[in-house]
Design a protein around this ligand. Structure first.
Ligand code: FEO
Length: 402
């Protein structure tokens, strides 16, 4: 049965929720599910903006047919060619054979790479700032390359001041009946997944996201319709400010997260002592994560939130503890920068993890490593508690806690 919602009187959400997907991109856990948003504009011409994942095709086709109410589909705008949004293109073309596919040169290059769809005579290739009239609605197209694939574009409905923003401003999480940002307590229920989505999916492309924000600043915006997550109409300034912070790699909060690997609890013990000293000194809301028990995408999200991080790792096979190595790999891959780091290493016959982590951190921009780096052999001894105390004091000073 169809399940649609109106964004405005002439724009209908025809997307689909997916709560069966366990890992987005087969990588990121999505315990709250995800939604694939698609929007239908009803005017003298009808125009669909993007499609959905292959897992959601049946529901999607039913939604589109209901929203069209017997009309045909004239245009399908393809803002993004990642398969979670374009897997239903062939189904749409089969059902509405006169539909014109609208995209840019890269859109059609990637479409041909993924699918054996004959687009001759049924596509319109657009460039930046080209327009398309649907009757009352005029759409303009704006390239947003690498946010988060090279072909990505943003479509602006000049008439209703709606930005169809592709991945940007999206989030993990299925829509549980809600459609708009003001249907939910966003900061309580959505902000963490929104940040985790940004950091892991778009985070590498901060410069490109900044360029897109500059383009958007020239537009008069009443509504933002992303391809995942809620539609923005009430908290537009809030999410634009968040994106300004995230895409410039500016810490969202002056706060600390402690990430530890610990095989037998000895490094966890050091981190507990450190955290206790920080709390006694007035540091609030200390976050602590066992890297073996927390998915790296969540750790990356926290890296985007916090100004200060502590990395505590045993030496393992003469290298860095594997789950800590994964975190460092992702921090590098996603361009993490502008953070202050505390380091704790350990070993039993050789302790080299802190030195190896220091070397990894050299690959990241603008990372300040606090002194002292704490190194322990097997477990913390009473004569080394002073080192932990000094690291706590360095963190407190750097955090600016009075
Ligand atoms: Fe949701 Fe880059 O695709």
């Amino acid at each position: 049965m169809y399940c649609t919602r109106n964004v405005t009187n002439s724009v209908v959400w025809v997307g689909v929720n997916d709560r069966q997907l366990t890992r987005f991109e087969n990588l990121f856990p999505v315990p709250r599910g995800v939604c694939y948003n698609s929007y239908l504009i009803l005017d003298e011409k009808t125009c669909l903006i993007d499609t959905v994942d292959s897992a959601a095709v049946d529901q999607f086709i039913e939604n589109v047919a209901f929203a069209l109410d017997g009309r045909t589909l004239d245009y399908l705008v393809i803002n993004h060619m990642e398969p979670d949004h374009c897997s239903a293109i062939e189904h749409i073309v089969l059902r509405y054979p006169d539909v014109q596919l609208v995209g840019n040169a890269k859109t059609f290059q990637i479409l041909k790479q993924f699918y054996n769809l004959d687009i001759d005579g049924r596509h319109i290739q657009v460039k930046a700032n080209d327009t398309l009239s649907l009757g009352k609605h005029t759409l303009s197209f704006h390239l947003a390359s690498m946010v988060h694939w090279p072909e990505v574009m943003i479509t602006y409905d000049q008439t209703e001041k709606i930005v169809f923003s592709a991945d940007i401003f999206g989030s993990f999480g299925a829509l549980n009946g809600a459609l708009f940002d003001d249907d939910v307590n966003y900061e309580r229920a959505w902000a963490e997944d929104s940040r985790r989505y940004y950091a892991n999916i778009v985070g590498k492309y901060g410069r490109q996201a900044q360029n897109t924000l500059k383009q958007l600043a020239k537009l008069d915006i009443d509504i933002i319709c992303p391809l995942h997550g809620l539609v923005w109409r009430n908290k537009i300034d809030w999410i634009l400010n968040k994106y300004q912070t995230w895409s410039s790699y500016t810490p969202e909060e002056q706060s600390v997260a402690i990430f530890f690997g610990s095989m037998y609890g000895n490094l966890e013990n050091v981190c507990d002592i450190l955290a206790s000293k920080l709390s006694e000194a007035g540091v609030k809301d200390i976050a602590m994560y066992d890297v073996s028990a927390t998915h790296v995408s969540q750790l990356i999200g926290e890296t985007w939130r916090c100004s200060h991080i502590v990395l505590a790792s045993p030496t393992y096979n003469t290298g860095i503890y594997p789950d800590m190595a994964t975190l460092l790999h992702d921090m590098h891959a996603l361009n993490v920068q502008n953070r202050t780091v505390g380091l704790i290493g350990s070993g039993t016959w050789a302790s080299s993890s802190s030195k190896l982590i220091l070397k990894e951190l050299e690959n990241l921009k603008n990372i300040q490593v606090l002194e002292p780096v704490v190194d322990i052999m097997s477990s913390l001894k009473v004569e080394q508690v002073a080192d932990v105390e000094q690291l706590a004091q360095a963190l407190v000073r750097s955090l600016g806690v009075e």
